[in-house]
Write a protein that binds this ligand. Structure first.
Ligand code: ZN
Length: 603
């Protein structure tokens, strides 16, 4: 099955899923894996969590053995990061209950009108006004400094090691499944040397361009409402949630990214951007609207009265009225943009032309042609100009964009080699691989896909390949190891099917296997069943595939040997030695020519 890839931006599907093999592979960005890897990537989970997630989804009980130290139990760094971040979150929550936390942190939240329930829902906390509160407590609980630093919780320099967050209220940032991956923190003292908001740095689990604050708490509501409110600050999110408006998220610590928009797109195709009532800020963030259009989502925008932001306004008028306000005042992006600029334009025709260009630019970003034409019509009415002018202008923009895209240089896969080899069927090629390694790769591919297939009554693909390549040493380390492992299993009398390598503890075996058994296009059975058209498959030409692969591999290998031999010859001092190397070169070249003839190359 093919689909548009959930991991990268694309318009034509290159993401393939094979339910029978239990694997996925993107021929565009190269992401590949099995069911567990998929959950890890898409939900941002560690290995154990992904297992637990799947267990929960399918009602399979999973028992994890308890260990005294949680970090020991963690299988990888990601897992340890989640654990230490969770520890920090609990520490900050506790600190909010201390007398300092109460007096400073909690009173700030109360001032903002946050209820105890909402504080608990967002797991808000406080960091004490000392240098090493978290550091000390973490060390007492056997978390080491390296891990704390990797999690972005402490800062280490030559002179000292100290907490990143001090004397601030803490907003934990959760991933979609609700695990804490970072913190946003607001300072409460007046200190000119400190930023008002401080965020965790990027870590192994926190990539801010792919994270939306509040999405974990909002996702269900976004799905139900089929709309997502996008706001600017943490407090906007919390306040709206408290007022019963739950489909709300904020881009945390960055301007909106396409990763974040895609994330919303998984839950709803409609986004309403809620802007603070300040014109300068809005104009600066209009780029966000264009990006939403580019992702083929529908965008509306609302501005609040002068001096109000979503947080203050919802407090003033309450949740119900707030929803009504949005309903009455939200505008589609053209009307929004036009009205925003129209006030400055007055009767200036040049400025009007600029505005038209600006809006045409936005409309051209919409991938859907029908939607585009609807917007062109609307724009024409609104700005009182001829629709065909707009369309012509829009087409120009689109064409320039397409031209730019097609001019991008293509990767040269084969390199400057003297022989043209046919492209291998349905397999995407890694870039960092030379022609010899390419042939080694093809050997492994044949073994994985067709190892037990018969070439004639007695010969299978694997016996043939091992006979032919008995004394050939693979150059690529992974293929060499896979080849050796395959051979070992065969010698044990076990046939290692692709499954064996998919479950192998060596992660690169697994990755390579997924790539090598994924086929970009499979011929539908309908061709044969309904239309009686037989499309030859690889299986029908196995003999040729195996035979020519072996020859090509030998040809490439000999090329390498000639190169090595030649280098040694140049280094040789004694004349006898040189003659010896020359003889070898002669022999190698003869063999090379013979193989070339068999390959049907003009020699
Ligand atoms: Zn992809």
């Amino acid at each position: 099955m093919m689909a548009c890839c959930p991991f990268h931006n694309e318009k034509t599907p290159s993401f393939s899923v094979s339910p029978t093999k239990g694997i996925y592979k993107c021929f565009g960005c190269g992401k590949a894996g099995d069911n567990i890897q998929f959950i890890m990537d898409i939900e941002g989970l560690g290995y154990l969590e992904a297992i637990a997630h799947l267990g929960k989804k399918y009602g399979i009980e999973i028992e994890l053995e308890e260990s005294s130290n949680e970090v020991d139990q963690a299988q990888n760094e990601r897992e340890s990061l989640y654990i230490v971040l969770n520890f920090a979150k609990n520490y900050f929550k506790e600190a909010l209950k201390s007398s300092e936390g109460n007096a400073i942190g909690l009173s700030y939240f109360k001032e903002r009108g946050f209820s105890p329930e909402i504080i608990e829902k967002f797991e808000l906390g406080y960091s004490m006004d000392i240098w090493d509160g978290l550091l000390k407590s973490a060390k007492e609980n056997n978390y080491n400094e390296d891990l704390l630093e990797k999690a972005g919780l402490i800062i280490r320099n030559e002179n000292k090691t100290y907490d990143r967050f001090r004397a601030r209220v803490i907003f934990p940032i959760h991933n979609i499944s609700g695990r804490v991956i970072a913190f946003g923190a607001r300072i409460l003292k007046t200190d000119k040397n400190q930023p008002k908001y401080l965020n965790s740095p990027e870590t192994g689990v926190y990539h801010k361009s792919d994270i939306l604050y509040g999405l974990h708490q909002a996702k269900q509501s976004i799905r139900q409402e089929q709309n997502c409110f996008l706001v600017e600050g943490y407090t906007d999110v919390v306040s709206l949630q408290q007022a019963g408006i739950e489909n709300v998220v904020a881009s945390s610590g960055t301007s909106l990214t396409s990763g974040q928009i895609k994330l919303i797109g998984r839950y709803s195709k409609d986004i309403t951007v809620l802007y603070d009532g300040d014109n300068a800020g809005i104009k600066a963030s209009l780029r966000g609207i264009d990006m939403i259009l580019e992702e083929d989502l529908n965008v509306k925008a609302v501005v609040f009265p002068e001096g109000e932001d979503p947080d203050s306004y919802v407090k003033k008028i309450g949740g119900t009225e707030f929803k009504k306000y949005i309903k009455a005042n939200q505008k589609d992006f053209i009307t929004f943009k036009t009205e925003l600029y129209l006030s400055d334009i007055g009767n200036d025709p040049l400025k009007k032309a600029e505005l038209i260009k600006e809006i045409v630019e936005s409309i051209s970003k919409i991938p859907d042609a029908i939607k585009r034409s609807v917007f062109f019509k609307q724009c024409a009415t609104l700005l009182d100009i001829d629709e065909s002018v707009l369309i012509a202008e829009g087409n120009k923009t689109i064409l320039t964009k397409r031209k730019k895209e097609s001019e991008r240089p293509r990767e040269n896969l084969e390199g400057a080699e003297n022989v043209e080899l046919p492209e291998m069927p349905g397999v995407s090629l890694p870039l960092e691989i030379n022609s010899l390694e390419l042939q080694e790769r093809e050997t492994i591919r044949l073994l994985l896909n067709y190892g037990t297939e018969k070439l004639d009554e007695t010969l299978t693909v694997h016996t043939y390949i091992f006979q032919e390549l008995e004394d050939v040493d693979f150059q690529h380390i992974v293929y060499r190891e896979m080849f050796a492992t395959y051979k070992k299993e065969i010698e044990k009398g076990v046939f290692p099917a692709a499954d064996f390598f998919l479950k192998h503890e060596n992660a690169s075996f697994k990755q390579e296997t997924i790539t090598l058994i994924s086929v970009k296009y499979e011929v539908s059975n309908n061709w044969a069943d309904k239309f009686k058209i037989i499309v030859p498959s690889e299986k029908d030409t196995l003999f040729n595939l195996a035979y020519f692969n072996v020859l090509r591999l030998k040809y490439r290998k000999i090329q390498e040997l000639i190169k090595e031999n030649h280098a040694q010859m140049l280094k040789a001092v004694e004349i006898d030695e040189q003659i010896q190397f020359m003889k070898v070169e002669q022999e190698l070249k003869t063999t090379k020519t013979e193989i070339a003839k068999l390959l049907g190359m003009v020699v």
